[in-house]
Ligand binder design. Structure first.
Ligand code: ADP
Length: 400
């Protein structure tokens, strides 16, 4: 079966067409500036030259219509007819407490997705628009929803309840949900596979370090705690997000700087993290170069970032008693030997011993970073959320 994977943002859309026989990517692309002047599609069919389509796209429906056209285009396309697409797998950011696994999308699921808009006002509406547009354009093709939050629904209440009055959990469902679940799930399964071990016998800590970053504790294949919370703002310091801060800073700043809720929210999401500390960049490549050249605030930003990752790893080691596997993934985790080394430094007490020779220069490929077999296995595993979405989609469609 061929599966189309869709990831709709507010003005962008990423897609992949995957042939599940051999799990091969047949085509992939990115649509930018949907609903804004200058909309364009960058489309790559495997083995053919990239095409760029610049055409007004007033909404997601128009964008998806053009994506489907280029996928079946006789010169640039990957398949002959849309009938070859057996199912569509949609990434959905927030499933709330309604979804602990992926689902075939029907009317009841659409109702639940709409109910959960309140929990993810920025992310869920474009996901829903993408699903609705696909349903209109491919009315007979099954659609599956795969949620960023679902993998974390196994987290026990003692790790998801916030120490604020319990009534706010009951009234508004304020609790830890966690995100990047599809990525944490994929790399943990892949780690067990590469080690030739049953995931049920492993305690794994996965570090998804990218523009947004989170760490997850996975015991026997189940997420038992994760660093992101009610929203993706909690946890690690990120490119532009603050992660954990003393909540009392918020009213203090509102008072001192005369900031509104929106301004504080914007500051914490867009102007904080390593960008905020360094005053330079949110991109770790820039920060590593600047730190190397002696920029002290860039160096401080990298240290704050890596100290936070260490704290979470240590907390999860304490929760699970031991760590068998430590996985690095996403843009920074897959590419930065500097950050991986800084994170592991000083964690020898937790049986984590990175080998510089094995770590140096590893970029974007699967690798083991320790020699000592009695220590925790440290791995780089490039994430593949699209493949995970496609696998879940295939599984559900085959079960029907
Ligand atoms: P997203 O969360 O948007 O999917 P990614 O996982 O692609 O982000 O991560 C993007 C980030 O990865 C960039 O902002 C950059 O900081 C970091 N990155 C990418 N390549 C490198 C590299 N070679 N060295 C250090 N950091 C890198």
């Amino acid at each position: 079966m061929k599966i189309l994977v869709m990831n709709c943002g507010s003005s962008s859309l990423k897609y992949q067409l995957i042939d599940m026989q051999g799990e091969k990517v047949m085509a992939k692309g990115l649509v930018e500036r949907i609903g804004i002047e200058g909309s364009k599609i960058k489309h790559d069919t495997t083995g053919k030259e990239r095409v760029v389509i610049e055409e007004p796209m007033k909404d997601h429906k128009k964008a998806i219509e053009l994506v489907l056209q280029v996928i079946v285009d006789k010169d640039h396309g990957a398949i002959e007819s849309m009938d070859e697409i057996g199912a569509v797998g949609h990434r959905v950011v927030h499933g709330g407490e309604d979804f602990a696994s992926s689902v075939i999308i029907d009317e009841a699921v659409m109702d639940a997705l709409n109910r959960n808009i309140e929990l993810a006002p920025l992310h869920n509406p474009p996901n829903i628009m993408g699903i609705e547009a696909c349903k209109e354009l491919m009315p007979n093709t099954p659609m599956v929803g795969v949620f960023d939050t679902a993998f974390h629904q196994t987290i026990p209440a003692d790790n998801y309840i916030y120490p604020i009055p319990y009534e706010y959990y009951e009234k508004y469902k304020i609790r830890r949900y966690g995100f990047h679940g599809t990525s944490h799930k994929y790399v943990s399964i892949r780690a067990a596979e590469l080690m030739n071990k049953d995931i049920k016998d492993l305690n794994i800590v996965t570090c998804h370090l990218g523009n947004g970053s989170s760490v997850t504790a996975i015991e026997g294949g189940k997420s038992v705690d994760t660093s992101m919370g009610f929203t993706p703002l909690e946890g690690l310091a990120m490119g532009t997000r603050s992660g954990d801060i003393d909540p009392a800073i918020i009213p203090f700043l509102m008072d001192k700087e005369g900031m509104s809720f929106d301004e504080v929210n914007n500051m914490l999401n867009k102007k904080s993290g390593v960008l905020g500390i360094s005053g330079l960049s949110s991109d770790f490549r820039d920060l590593e170069i600047a730190a190397e050249e002696g920029n002290e605030r860039a160096e401080l930003a990298l240290k704050v970032f890596t100290n936070r990752v260490k704290k979470y790893i240590a907390a999860y080691a304490a929760q699970m008693c031991r760590i068998d596997v430590l996985v690095f993934t996403a843009g920074i985790g897959e590419n930065s030997d500097v950050i991986r080394r800084m994170v592991c430094e000083g964690l020898e007490c937790l049986n984590i011993r990175i080998d510089d020779e094995l770590n140096n220069g590893v970029r974007g490929k699967e690798a083991v970073l320790n020699k000592d077999l009695t220590s925790a296995t440290i791995m780089v595993i490039p994430t593949n959320e699209e493949l995970m979405i496609a696998r879940d989609t295939l599984g559900l469609v085959n079960e029907r």
